[in-house]
Design a protein around this ligand. Structure first.
Ligand code: SF4
Length: 419
């Protein structure tokens, strides 16, 4: 096995990307690694979670715990919310540990060797527990932008494969089942889990990981744009992605089963080229395909804009484009002093400030879930959400409009038409 570098070429955390776009790992090598405030926040939040978990599951004095926590709090990225997140993470681990018939072996931040599946592959597993015939693997996610489920999650399955290998000398074939779980408390306190047998996991690795990882590592892959582009380092300058989004008029195929076939699109194009009668109005099958094809169009254009802006500021010439100063907004140099002067001039305070309650979620955070329920639980209602377009694969059931009551038809409430 080659000596692992700090960042694997085909990395576990990028599984969703390279399992679809096998060209991505080698393509991304030419772009610098991205570090931003979110990755730094995530790093610190992981350390807080680990500290809380080690305090509970290992021998650690309160003095040591407090001094470690103090150090973490000195980090400029510190947020008080991280303690609450760590408590939720710890509660999940405790509950899982209680589910074993005897106390499980618990490991934190274990580096796992994945070279059996991914050339030079390795990763770090946040937490793993082994007991009875079960291996449990946990991952903490601090992001609140994108919800990540543990179900069918390749990254989590890879951690499980790595931990199985690690524990094999100790447990041999006694581990029969695996449960992966993701804790993402800033989005939801519900924990997503996937239970899978070891046999299924190994079959998945053979069929879905090894072939893709080989192509990706040895530079034999192909470009396959999709929603996974959004975290790719080359997303702004990738020709494959640009051709995909810029070439909508050149439809030749569709990946969606049961909708338009390649020959459907081909026939329409040919007809258009020869001036035959192609309906100017898209039909519903075409709309269905375009919704899939165009899903990442806005993201792609924004990535392109961001690249051009940075490139021009760095001295590149992007023909036909320049960077200008955005709209200026006036601001007080000292808002308190400004307010005082206006008040002193005789204006009433109520005219100077907007007074509005905090949101329900902010108030719940303030009081804690239990007290919040006791205080105002009976005053909370959950009105139906707006009808929202979603892919057929979305887990939510189809929207069921509530039947309007007598005289409640849209636009006719007052006996008047909406027009
Ligand atoms: S931007 Fe998308 S298509 Fe291009 S290499 Fe990255 S993942 Fe692949």
């Amino acid at each position: 096995m080659a000596t692992p570098t700090e960042h694997a070429v085909v990395s576990v955390s990028a599984y969703n990307r390279w399992s679809h776009c096998t060209a991505a790992p080698r393509f991304e090598e030419q772009f610098p690694a991205e570090s931003n405030v979110y990755t730094e926040e995530g790093r610190l939040a992981h350390s807080v979670c680990e500290l809380y978990a080690r305090k509970y599951f290992t021998v650690m004095s309160t003095r040591k715990f407090n001094s470690e926590l103090k150090k973490l709090k000195e980090d400029p990225m510190w947020q008080d919310e991280m303690v609450k997140c760590a408590e939720i993470y710890l509660a999940t681990l405790k509950e899982a540990a209680n589910g074993f018939t005897t106390a499980p072996i618990v490991a934190f931040e274990e580096r796992v060797d994945l070279a059996d599946y991914i050339p030079e592959g390795f990763g770090t597993c946040d937490c793993a527990m082994v007991g009875d015939d079960v291996l449990r693997v946990f991952d903490y996610k601090h992001g609140k932008g994108v919800f990540v489920s543990s179900v069918n999650n390749g990254q989590m399955r890879l951690y499980a494969l790595g931990m199985l290998k690690k524990y094999y000398p100790l447990f041999g074939d006694t581990i029969k089942r695996v449960c992966t779980a993701i804790v993402q408390p800033r989005i939801t306190e519900e924990i997503t889990e996937e239970w899978i047998s070891v046999d299924e996991l190994l079959t998945w690795a053979e069929t879905s990981v090894i072939p893709q990882a080989q192509m990706a590592f040895y530079g034999l892959g192909s470009f396959e744009p999709g929603e996974w582009c959004k975290f790719c380092r080359g997303r702004a300058q990738c020709r494959g992605r640009a051709e995909y989004y810029a070439g909508f008029s050149e439809y030749t195929a569709t990946q969606i089963e049961g909708r338009l076939t390649e020959s459907d699109w081909g026939a329409r194009q040919l007809a258009a080229e020869y001036g035959a009668d192609v309906p100017p109005v898209l039909d519903d099958d075409e709309v269905a395909d375009l919704l899939i094809k165009a899903a990442g169009l806005v993201d792609w254009y924004e990535d392109l804009q961001e690249y051009a802006r940075s490139a021009i500021l760095a001295g590149h010439v992007i023909p036909g484009w320049k960077v200008v100063e955005g709209k200026r907004q006036r601001a007080f140099t000292d808002a308190d002093a400004a307010m005082k002067r206006i008040l002193d001039a005789g204006y009433d305070k109520s005219l100077l400030y907007d007074y509005k309650p905090k949101t329900l979620a902010q108030l719940e955070k303030l009081t804690g879930k239990t007290q919040f329920g006791e205080l105002v639980g009976d005053l909370i209602t959950l009105p139906p959400g707006k009808p929202t377009l979603a892919a057929e694969s979305d887990k939510r059931p189809p929207y069921q409009p509530t039947a309007p009551g007598p005289g409640e038809f849209a636009g006719e409430q007052d006996g008047r038409s909406a027009e």
